[in-house]
Design a binder for this molecule. Structure first.
Ligand code: CP
Length: 308
């Protein structure tokens, strides 16, 4: 297979296992390219891409921009914070104005779940979801799977525990879909108040005890406590969260095996993850960031090859 089954990347839910395999294999080729002295290829020379961000981002925005430039695309960046959205312009009007400048692809982050899906029905460009509210973050899940595959080999049969604020996490849902489609086993772990009520119906194991989750898994993907999305108190204090759910070196030293620790970033150091783990040999956090560029190059390159 050399083509994706879709012309947009809206969520992992819509991808086939073959699509995911193709993206990961293509990313492996691009990773080799970006480690060469000349890191640029002409693949998207005639393509213009708009990065449209209605929500804050460091990693995803920079990673997409670098991926686009490595592929020789023309790039424009839009951030809602200093735009005419502040004067009341709608999402479709904003994007159609950008598209009238002959833009071929839109990479969008938005705080509303489903915003990129809505856009894909209303504009002609290829749409890439760079995170829609608490729904999906497909390129994060793809780069997470790529990083696990690179570290441990084939994803099939691997045990991945996603630990932390599952309720508010788009990374969790995309990772669950991606890992399951590739044959991995998934567990979610966190305080009961931060686990969605029907999460077990997705076929994941549910664990409240972080020690048991760490004993079970090959990989712990630790998620950020998303205070900005929490309108009520889900646990008594950050200190108490850290005491019961924070991953620290003492916990890892109690295990009779080595596990891989991941985090999508940004990290609340000392809350969900201690610095002596984040900066240790267990951690592949910076490899995840590095792999993000190759994975996003693969996504953009493959989408550009799918005719609408
Ligand atoms: N992992 C991630 O999406 O980080 P940013 O919010 O900085 O893009």
């Amino acid at each position: 297979m050399s083509q994706l089954s879709t012309r947009h990347l809206l969520g992992i839910k819509d991808l086939t296992p073959e699509d995911i395999q193709l993206i990961l294999d293509t990313a492996a080729n691009f990773k080799e390219v970006i480690n060469r002295p000349i890191k640029k290829v002409p693949s998207l020379r005639d393509i213009t891409i708009a990065n449209v961000f209605f929500e804050n981002s460091t990693r995803t925005r920079l990673s997409f921009e670098l991926a686009e430039k490595r592929l020789s695309a023309d790039v424009i960046n839009f951030s809602s914070a200093n735009s005419s959205v502040k004067k009341g312009e709608t999402l479709v009007d904003t994007v159609n104005n950008i598209l009238s400048m002959k833009v071929d692809m839109v990479v969008m982050r938005h705080s509303s779940p489903g915003a990129p899906h809505f856009l894909s029905r209303n504009v002609k460009a290829n749409i890439v979801n760079a995170g829609d509210g608490t729904h999906e973050h497909p390129t994060q899940a793809l780069l997470d799977s790529f990083s696990i595959r690179e570290k441990l080999g084939d994803l099939a049969g691997k045990k991945v525990a996603i630990i932390g604020d599952i309720l508010h996490s788009r990374v969790a849902l995309s990772n669950i879909f991606c890992l399951q489609k590739m044959g991995a086993e998934v567990m979610v772990c966190g305080p009961i108040t931060l686990l969605p009520k029907h999460i077990a119906s997705l076929g994941v194991k549910v664990e409240l005890d972080v020690k048991k989750a760490l004993e079970w898994c090959d990989v712990a993907n630790v998620l950020r406590i998303q205070l900005e999305r929490q309108q009520i108190k889900y646990f008594p204090s950050l200190r108490e969260y850290s005491l019961y759910y924070g991953i620290n070196k003492k916990l890892l030293d109690q295990l009779d095996k080595e596990i891989v620790v991941m985090h999508p970033g940004p990290i609340n150091r000392g809350v969900e993850l201690s610095s002596d783990v984040a900066d240790s040999d267990h951690s592949i956090i910076l490899e995840q960031v590095q792999n993000g560029v190759a994975v996003r190059m693969a996504v953009l390159y493959l989408l550009a090859g799918v005719k609408g």
